[in-house]
Design a binder for this molecule. Sequence first.
Ligand code: ZN
Length: 236
Amino acid sequence: MSAADNAQRALVLFSGGQDSTTCLAWALARFAHVETVGFEYGQRHRVEMDVRLETLREIRAQFPQWGAKLGDDHVVDLAVLGQISDTSLTRDVAIAYEKNGLPNTFVPGRNLLFLTFAATIAYRRGLTVLVGGMCETDFSGYPDCRDNTMKAMQVALSLGLDQRLRIETPLMWIDKADTWALAEALGGAAFTNLIVEHTHTCYHGVRDTQHAWGYGCGECPACALRKAGFERWAAR
Ligand code: ZN
C-alpha cells in the first residue's frame, strides 16, 4: 500500500457475494473513502440485493475503523439487461454449459456495462479507483473478467471521461482458497465469519441451509467453487 493510496477515493462493485465483500474490505483497508455500487438486472433471486445491505450494515457495526470510511451505496437499475439477454440468471432455466464452454449464467458483456455505469458514478462522485472482484483463476470462461479486458476498459474509460481512472482487481490471480486467506488477513476471524454468515454466492438463492462455508444449495457451480475453496483454506 502506498501513501498515495491513502488519499484515493474508490468505488467498489459490490454484489453482496464473497468475492466483492473481500474486495470491499481490501479497499477499506487502503483508501481514504470508499463507496459501493450494485446492479439490479432481474436477478432470479432478490436475496442478492437484500444480503448486500445486510453485509454493509454488519461491516459498519463490526469494523468501525472501516465504517468511518464507508460512504454511500448506489444501486443502478439495469432491468434492460434482462431484456437483452436470455440466461439462467434472469430466466427460470437450469444452469448448463453452452457449446462454447461458457455457462449459460453468462450475460454477454455484463462487466463491460457494469464498469461503464460505475465509471459514470465515480466521475460524478469524485472517485478515482474502481475495485472489482473479477478473477481469471477460477472462472476463466468469462472473457469480460479477464485481466486484458480490465486493462482495456481502464484505458477506454480514462480516455472517454478525460480523467484518469484506475481499475483494481485484487482477486485477479488468486484462487478461492486464497480469497478466504485474504479475507482473514484483512479482518481476521471476525471478517471470515461475517462472510460465512452474511454474503451470498449460490445461483439458486438458497438461504435456509448453512454449511461451514456459508449458505447455499451446495450443488451449483458457485456453491461448489466456494465450498472447495473454503475446504482447501481450512485444511491449511
Ligand atoms: Zn448453490
